[in-house]
Structures are given as C-alpha cells and as structure tokens.
Write a protein that binds this ligand. Structure first.
Ligand SMILES: O=c1[nH]c(=O)c2ncn([C@@H]3O[C@H](COP(=O)(O)OP(=O)(O)OP(=O)(O)O)[C@@H](O)[C@H]3O)c2[nH]1
Ligand SMILES: [Mg+2]
Length: 197
C-alpha cells in the first residue's frame, strides 16, 4: 500500500482522510505518527496560503510528498467569520465546543433565513522538486440553534445540511465523506492529478 503524509495534527481530519484515501490505495500518516512537536505557524490571510505553508514546510522537513488541509467555517451573518480563525475562534487553547458555542452566541438573534454558512477546505499537495498543487472544496449549510449529533468534529454539530435533514455530526463518516468540503476538494485534486499524467 502506498503511503502519503498529511501535514496535520487534527485527529478528525486524519480519520476522514484515512477513509477517503483508502479508495485510492493509500495509507495516510500524519504528524501525530511522526513528530507532534512540529508546529507550523498559520499566519496566512487565506486558507490557501496556510495550506501551502503547512504542506511545503513539512514536505521539506521529511523530503516526501505531503498534503495539507486548511479549512474552516464561513458564516454569512458574521461577515465570513470564523474563517481562517476557525480552529482558535474562542481563543488559543480553547476546544471545538467553545468555538461552536461562540458562533451560536453571536447568532442568537439571527433568524433561520439568515443563518447560511459554508465549510471551506483548501488542500495543498507539495511534492519535492515540483510545483505545489492547490484545490478548494466547499459544503453549504445552515447554522442550527443548538448542537446536534455525536459524529465528526469541530463545528459539525451546528452545521445543518438541508438536503439530508441532518447536521454533519449526525452523518456517518461515509455519509459526510460524500458531501464534505474536504471530499469535494479531494475529488478536484484527483482530477488535477489524473489530467496531468
Ligand atoms: O465541523 C467541522 N467539520 C469539518 O469537517 C471541519 N474542517 C475544519 N473545521 C474547523 O476548522 C478548523 C480548521 O483549522 P485548521 O485547518 O488550521 O486545522 P487544525 O488547526 O485543527 O489542524 P491542522 O491541520 O492545522 O494541524 C478546525 O479546527 C475545525 O474547527 C471543521 N469543522
Ligand atoms: Mg491549524
């Protein structure tokens, strides 16, 4: 089985990539397997900038092809926040629950028709000696009034997908992987790689 390094320490992402890459015959390794002490500062203004920085920094350290994911939640009524700050929206060191509670609080007086949001995922594939490939994927939804569901991670319990009638945290990993921003970005990456051989 081929191996691919994912420049992440997020267990939720790793779990999803394991399933997504299994279909292409890849086993994924992450910084959690290799070196948890490596920290790449995410100081970019865009998801793309952060994804490229994570992928290229880690690819250089290990000299192997490396994929990085920079993602987050974009809420219309919050002018696009938390955006690139999604992982630390409630402050450094705060957990997923604190972050989603902050979003719910900020939307307390916002009616259902104005609670539109989307997840965004930028993927960067850095292969030593080659130009980095960057793709994006999104997933549209509506922010609920309260958390629902136990699956997934991050803001999944407050992201309602109207076409499925469930929050993303009420979907199985397989169901989420059919519609998620991460899966959509990965499909684009696969198309890019297929058209370049
Ligand atoms: O409900 C969610 N479902 C998802 O599918 C999802 N994908 C991303 N996110 C949120 O956005 C932050 C990304 O920040 P991020 O890309 O910097 O990742 P991270 O710092 O957690 O890990 P790393 O990959 O940088 O090591 C994460 O922490 C999450 O809060 C998600 N929330
Ligand atoms: Mg991060």
């Amino acid at each position: 089985m081929k191996e691919l390094l994912i420049a992440t320490k997020n267990k939720g992402k790793v779990r999803e990539f394991e399933v997504l890459f299994a279909q292409f015959g890849y086993q994924v390794k992450s910084l959690l397997d290799l070196d948890e002490s490596i920290d790449v500062e995410e100081n970019g203004v865009t998801f793309r900038e952060n994804a490229v920085k994570k992928a290229e920094t880690i690819a250089k350290i290990f000299n192997i092809p490396t994929l990085a994911d920079d993602s987050g939640l974009i809420v219309d009524a919050l002018d696009g926040r938390p955006g690139v700050f999604s992982a630390r929206y409630a402050g450094e060191g705060k957990d997923d629950n604190a972050n989603l509670e902050k979003v719910l609080e900020e939307l307390e007086d916002v009616s259902e028709s104005k609670r539109g949001a989307r997840f965004h995922c930028s993927l960067a594939l850095a292969i030593p000696g080659e130009e980095t490939i960057i793709v994006d994927g999104t997933c549209e939804g509506i922010i609920t009034k309260e958390p629902r569901g136990e699956e997934g991670f991050g803001y999944d319990p407050i992201m309602y997908i109207p076409s499925l009638g469930k929050t993303m945290a009420q979907l199985t990993k397989q169901e989420k992987n059919k519609i998620s921003h991460r899966a959509n970005a990965l499909n684009k990456l696969q198309e890019r790689l297929a058209s370049s051989v």
